[in-house]
Design a protein around this ligand. Structure first.
Ligand SMILES: [Zn+2]
Length: 247
């Protein structure tokens, strides 16, 4: 049993004073699991793989924050402890299975253990994100939210063809603009692929964006494309162009 003081901050900011009208978020930025959890019964290799975090996503988010001069908020803990992009009611919030791996340390949690993760990791992140968004809203009429994620090229044996996916709920115009701009760069853009925004599942886009009438997108980059510094820089540039160019 961990106590609150044994956790360090659930999240970090980057470029908090950035002047952009875009707020960047990265909910699956880290694969850190405190020692007391013994990797939830997984091997270090498994935790280092995509089930533990979105490989390369934080690097792209930071590079993009620099280019846009945008503030970024990101998580400091693995999604295996608690998935910040799931609503509290969703069974995947504290996943007992990820892809086809059983997660022993998440089976049969007591109500107290579950609540502890919510109180120490989930609520602080989303409260801070809401505060950041509110602050930026007072500065920018055309505020937008962009959440940066990455996906594995092969999921449950299936090859995924897109280098990037643009996922959205209500933000049709913003999404279309970014899709057009990425397509203009000759990219095979997955529209609401490899996932869809689902209000019974997703937290960030519906809760921070759509419910507040703030255009919000979730960008999913294939993780093999952003595993090197060159790849990160290339994709940050592409995203900068896609987010800046108006058509
Ligand atoms: Zn993700």
């Amino acid at each position: 049993m961990l106590h609150n003081k044994e956790y360090s901050s659930a999240f970090s900011y980057y470029n908090l004073e950035g002047s952009s009208e875009v707020v960047l978020m990265c909910e699956h930025a880290s694969n850190y699991i405190p020692d007391a959890f013994h990797n939830l019964g997984l091997s270090q290799d498994q935790v280092n793989d995509h089930i533990g975090w979105d490989i390369g996503a934080l690097d792209v988010a930071k590079a993009l924050a620099d280019k846009l001069d945008a503030p970024l908020i990101y998580s400091n803990y693995s999604r295996l402890l608690i998935d910040l992009n799931r609503i509290l009611e969703n069974p995947g919030l504290i996943p007992s299975v990820s892809e086809n791996h059983q997660i022993a340390g998440n089976q049969n949690l007591t109500e107290e253990q579950r609540q502890e993760r919510i109180d120490t990791l989930y609520t602080p992140f989303h409260d801070a994100a809401a505060n950041l968004i509110n602050t930026q809203k007072t500065k920018h009429k055309a505020l937008k939210i962009v959440s940066i994620h990455s996906f594995t090229p092969i999921f449950l044996g299936q090859q995924r063809p897109w280098p990037i996916g643009v996922l959205y709920g209500q933000a049709q115009n913003f999404a279309q603009q970014v899709i057009n701009n990425l397509s203009y760069q000759k990219l095979n853009v997955g529209v609401n692929e490899p996932y869809e925004i689902d209000i019974e599942e997703d937290m960030t886009i519906p809760f921070h964006g759509d419910n507040n009438l703030i255009p919000a997108l979730l960008l999913e980059i294939r993780n093999d494309l952003i595993s090197t510094n060159t790849g990160v820089e290339e994709w940050a540039e592409r995203l900068e162009k896609a987010l800046k160019t108006k058509n």
